[in-house]
Design a protein around this ligand. Structure first.
Ligand code: GMT
Length: 388
């Protein structure tokens, strides 16, 4: 198949899912074209099946806002025609589904018809998309997608609750590549971060309000009162500076390391004992799954799709949003005894295995094939026979 993937190229979860999905499809021999405004952070271009096309928005003094959707839809039209792309897969509804729909219409005008799959990731529905200024355009473009997928049952339910959606939504969870070379970075690496007796607690995110960064600091504050521990804060965003100040106020700054955006996530997670994700809302919680794949148990809130990935009392514990006392108590339950911690680590890994890419990729491929088949007859540039 020839597939165009549209996504955000930054450190966010939707970009990671889109990139990993595209790379895996390319490994299977499909031709994958990433179309976005800069090269996705996890995109390695060493596979001849992987292409990257940058969307450029020319600056013009008249524009107060640069028209990215316009540039993206034009780029989509050009690339579909040039590479005979058979399917658009847009990740994150805003503004990708809207730009994708416009591209489809322009192509249709030239006798080229291809399907568009829209994957909803979370904040495109629960926070941003729901804003009255965006809502009509978001509803419209979701309804105009040929196939809509969401990363959890909870996000699917929210989408139906918040928008007037007339389409079926397929739930396809986030995934992890468990077979990848997981090199554990042993005691030597660990000793660079923490003392032998200290437990290592980690949080990774884009430090937005929705992540409830102060809760993480306060949970850690309670933990370190009872056991020796270090907190690793990985990522960057608007809440980071406040978090540093809070650590200073609580007198724990020397026990907390702020890494910023890191390319050494594997080293960090392979040395972690616990992952904290007390988010206000989380459509799935890919960061938690990535931690679990390294055998790291999770203390999270129970909002959104988190109960679909973090299993209560098995891979970790879940509490209502803001209940930092309970989260700290549960963290200590896991961390105090070596044997208990070892059991939770084992459990976390076995739950993560349910989300191995091996199980998830065939679901996307099936959806793609069915969508392409439906369109084959209609399109001028298709090469495949239609056998309906
Ligand atoms: O978590 C973020 O703020 C980034 C955001 C994104 O779109 O990049 O993540 C969302 O999509 C991820 C991948 O599907 C999900 O695992 C995250 O739970 C979701 N974030 C929220 O719902 C807050």
């Amino acid at each position: 198949m020839k597939i165009a993937i549209v996504c955000y190229p930054t450190f966010g979860g939707s970009g990671v899912v889109a990139t990993e999905l595209g790379l895996e499809l390319a490994r299977l021999g499909h031709e994958v074209h990433f179309i976005t405004y800069s090269q996705p952070v996890r995109l390695a271009l060493l596979n001849p099946n992987v292409h990257y096309h940058e969307v450029n928005v020319p600056e013009y003094p008249l524009f107060h806002y640069q028209p990215y959707e316009l540039a993206l839809s034009s780029k989509l039209v050009d690339m579909v025609k040039l590479y005979k792309i058979e399917l658009l897969h847009v990740h994150y509804a805003i503004p990708h589904a809207y730009a994708g729909y416009m591209a489809k219409q322009m192509l249709k005008n030239e006798g080229i018809e291809i399907p568009m799959i829209t994957t909803l990731h979370g904040t495109d529905i629960t926070l941003v998309g729901n804003h009255p200024h965006y809502k009509p355009a978001v509803s419209f473009s979701i309804n105009k997608s040929d196939v809509v997928t969401s990363v959890s049952q909870s996000l699917k339910d929210d989408t139906y609750k918040l928008f007037n959606i007339k389409r079926d939504i397929h739930v396809i969870p986030n995934f992890i590549e468990l077979d990848k070379n997981r090199e554990f970075h042993g005691p030597c690496q660990r000793s660079l971060i923490a003392k032998k007796e200290e437990r290592i607690i980690t949080h990774i995110s884009n430090f937005r309000k929705v992540k409830r960064i102060p809760d993480i600091i306060r949970i850690f504050y309670k933990i370190q009162q009872q056991i020796p521990a270090k907190l690793l804060m990985v990522g960057d965003g608007p809440e980071k500076e406040k978090a540093e100040l809070l650590c200073q106020d609580l007198g724990i700054l020397e026990k907390v390391i702020f890494f910023g955006n890191s390319n050494e996530i594997d080293k960090i997670l392979s040395n972690s004992d616990l992952f904290l994700l007390p988010s206000e809302t989380e459509s799935f919680g890919l960061a938690a799954l990535e931690a679990m794949a390294w055998g790291v148990p999770v203390i999270s809130s129970n909002s959104g799709g988190l109960p679909e990935v973090n299993f209560e009392g098995v891979s970790g514990y879940l509490s209502t949003v803001g209940n930092i006392d309970e989260m700290a108590e549960n963290a200590l339950k896991i961390l105090k005894e070596d044997t208990v911690l070892a059991q939770f680590k084992e459990n976390a890994l076995s739950v993560a295995k349910k989300f191995d890419i091996k199980h998830i990729l065939p679901i996307y491929i099936d959806i793609y094939e069915k969508a392409i088949k439906k369109y084959t007859k209609k399109s001028k540039h298709s090469t495949k026979p239609h056998d309906d």
